[in-house]
Design a protein around this ligand. Structure first.
Ligand code: MSP
Length: 516
């Protein structure tokens, strides 16, 4: 059995989970579910990055110790992700002892091999982003990333010899054009490499909330070095060699484009220095805006996924279904590598056109026909060569797209198939066949549409697990869709005749006149 190890970034615990965090994590969950459907042994990790300086400040403000504070926050992040249907295999927190051990051992090895050395650092520092910025990028003492005020800092630091890895990384990039995707992000990284890397500071002596350097405990490990190492902690480095041998290297790190450099340059250099294999791929996706504007706290336009789900529930009447609508929307709206805009009107349109109409209504108009003409039992029928070809073609397209992380394109191909099924039903008009007493034709056409519905349920399952299960059960099928191995079941004609369909209230009720 093959394996698949995929990760999300670990999030700064002191922020509220917003659409950006939900986006990466849901994308990863969809990919994880898909890989499980393909029969792979999956390790899917997400988690929280807890040693940020701002965490300590926020804890102090609340009169809590940093540890107590992060314990509370990590719990609420976990809850939000679970609510969004995210089934992670591991939730790593950087304040856990298993992680501390990994970080300390890792930096000790690099220190012993000469890849870490002591020096001084001086420059403009942003406490929020935990990063120094070169003079050339700084205007008005403001952080080029977050616009907060910068501080001039001089401190004794330990440095990592990143410069030694320019050449090996360049070679790796050139030999592996798919190492960073999409291509635009690959090219950005390649240009950085071509201009040469400088050593980076990897410790702080002004901070106490962090993992102490074992060879100089006055210093704590720089939060980014600490955070990146989560990926090998999860895979079992040190503690579980068998697990590590199975899962490492990671198959893909999903990240937002703003943290691509950390993942595509610094992290691989760290791994090279430790003699560990490099991840197979880093995929840096784009950013959401809201109604055309950058999302930011100061603009007050941060999108809270829980609020979106709550609003949708006014229409669906079911939170789990609303979660699926949200999952569908964010992955359908624009290609995964691009930037995209969150517009309420677009969410509304996708709900009523794609979900209520194309998907929901197909089921709603098929089941009564089975009820009426066959007492609710699925008839047996001859395979329709056209539909079965369409079904199998769709499976191929979906798999190709999912393998490339082209989520939106995968959904587009499922919706093209739903279009074919809807048209087939319109043209064959089984209700007329029933009236005319053409029973055999009726059996054949209904059987094939129901088969199409079964295929659709399986194909949407990674994106919309609750909806898929509803379709599954409506067709009288048993068990959990999410556990079905596609290769075994996505064979046209496998739908067992004689199952009793069950007609239930529509899963996507019409929203009425009010806007969503
Ligand atoms: N803690 C670091 C990551 C360490 S990983 C070893 C960090 N955390 S973060 O909380 O700021 O999360 C950043 C991630 O949130 C981005 O990489 C991206 O996945 C997601 N997003 C944050 N805002 C976003 C948008 N507006 N749009 C899409 N995703 C964005 O950086």
């Amino acid at each position: 059995m093959g394996k698949f190890y995929l990760t999300t970034p670990i999030y700064y615990v002191n922020d509220e989970p917003h659409i950006g965090h939900a986006y990466t994590t849901i994308a990863a969950d969809v990919l994880a579910r898909y890989k499980r459907h393909r029969g792979l042994k999956v390790l899917f990790s997400t988690g929280t990055d807890e040693h940020a300086q701002k965490v300590r400040q926020a804890a102090e403000k609340r009169g809590l110790t940093p540890q107590d504070y992060v314990d509370q926050l990590a719990m609420s992040w976990k809850r939000v992700f679970s609510f969004l249907g995210v089934e992670f295999d591991d939730f790593i927190r950087t304040s856990e002892p298993r992680h501390k051990k990994v970080v300390q051992e890792f930096v000790s090895r690099l220190y012993a091999s000469g890849d870490i050395y002591k020096g001084y650092y001086e420059g403009w520092y942003c406490f929020w982003d935990e990063a120094f910025f070169p003079e050339s990028e700084v205007r008005d003492r403001r952080c080029p990333d977050c616009s907060r005020e910068l501080q001039w800092m001089r401190e004794e630091n330990y440095f990592f010899r990143l410069s030694n890895y320019t050449q090996p990384l360049l070679e790796h990039f050139l030999a592996n054009p798919g190492f960073v995707e999409p291509e635009i992000r690959y090219n950005e990284m390649l240009n950085i490499l071509k201009s040469g890397l400088k050593d980076i500071s990897i410790s702080r002596s002004t901070i106490t909330w962090g993992i102490p350097l074992p060879f100089d405990p006055q210093h704590v490990v720089y939060v980014w070095v600490d955070a990146l190492l989560n990926y090998i902690t999860v895979a079992g480095w040190l503690d579980d060699p068998e697990k590590f041998a199975l899962f490492w290297p990671a198959d893909v790190h999903l990240v937002g484009k703003e943290i691509n450099r950390f993942h595509s340059i610094i992290w691989p250099a760290m791994l090279l220095a430790a003699g560990l294999p490099l991840p197979r791929k880093i995929f840096a996706h784009g950013f959401w805006t809201k109604e055309g504007q950058k999302i930011s706290k100061s603009l007050g336009n941060v999108i809270d996924p829980l609020k979106v789900v709550q609003d949708l529930t006014k229409y669906t009447g079911n939170e789990r279904v609303s979660v699926d609508v949200f999952r569908y929307f964010i992955l359908r709206e624009f290609p995964f590598g691009a930037d995209g805009d969150f517009r309420d009107a677009s969410l509304q349109l996708r709900y009523s056109a794609d979900l209520a109409n194309d998907l929901g209504n197909l089921l709603n108009r098929t089941l009564p026909l089975v009820e009426k003409s066959f007492s609710g039992l699925i008839p047996s029928g001859k395979i329709d060569p056209l539909l079965s070809k369409e079904g199998e073609k769709t499976v191929k397209l979906v798999e190709e797209n999912m393998d490339n992380l082209s989520f939106s394109e995968a959904l587009t191909s499922i919706w093209a198939f739903l279009g074919v099924l809807n048209k087939y039903l319109d043209e064959l008009a089984p209700w007329r066949l029933a009236k005319a007493g053409k029973i055999e034709e009726l059996e054949d056409s209904l059987f094939n549409v129901l088969e199409g519905l079964r295929f659709s349920a399986l194909l949407v399952s990674p994106f919309m697990p609750t909806v898929a299960q509803y379709f599954w059960e409506s067709l009288g099928l048993e068990g959990e869709v999410k556990k079905v191995v596609w290769d075994r079941e996505l064979v046209w004609g496998k739908l067992p005749a004689g199952l009793r369909v069950s007609k239930r209230p529509p899963i996507f009720p019409r929203p009425g006149k009010e806007a969503l």
